[in-house]
Design a protein around this ligand. Sequence first.
Ligand SMILES: Cc1cc2nc3c(=O)[nH]c(=O)nc-3n(C[C@H](O)[C@H](O)[C@H](O)COP(=O)(O)O)c2cc1C
Length: 203
Amino acid sequence: MPNHPKQADPDHPVLQPIADRFSPYLYEPRAVETDKLLTCLEAARWAASSFNEQPWRFIVATREDEPAFKAALECLMDANQPWAANAGVLILTAVSTSFSRNGNPNRVAEHDLGLAAGNLSVQAAALGLQVHQMAGVNLAKVRQTYNIPEGFEPVTAMTIGYAADPNAAGEGNELADRDKGGRERKPFDEWVFAGNWGNAASL
Ligand SMILES: Cc1cc2nc3c(=O)[nH]c(=O)nc-3n(C[C@H](O)[C@H](O)[C@H](O)COP(=O)(O)O)c2cc1C
């Protein structure tokens, strides 16, 4: 994905797929190859998790399976549906809220889902794909549509697909305009502390 306007410009060198990753609004309306999808899921599978609980669950719908894709799309909030409709794959996520080993609540289940989603996003970028995660999901609808049992909570959704070139989209394309915008990140002194809360670490 060379020279996309959303490519990060990191202050310190990072792995190339981390710099390449971004959350696109403009996808090419085409399928993701099954081997690439499996590799993305495999990356999620190897994420770390508390007690190796692997509390994440993914419900996958590919655009080739039109009824399944439509059902997943309809679980998204209205604002997310128009752009997500062009992605190759839609994933709805859930977590197990307690440890299978002892039934105790797993207070880091969503943290571990985030690690799995992070792995998947970076792996996708390494394959020339882009992931866009979403909190804007109708959780009650997810639960109902997929018969999610007690002990599991739906959490997020994500798209996987090929980002389209926003500069080729022509004028007046609002989704393309979003993908032309720059990337903003907080400087270290706002969140990397040492010694006391709010003390910027001097590294
Ligand atoms: C958990 C999570 C929920 C998000 N929810 C939405 C969403 O509902 N709709 C949306 O357009 N973007 C959503 N985003 C995308 C963020 O806005 C995006 O990651 C952020 O602006 C940083 O941009 P980048 O991913 O391109 O670096 C979400 C991202 C995450 C990680």
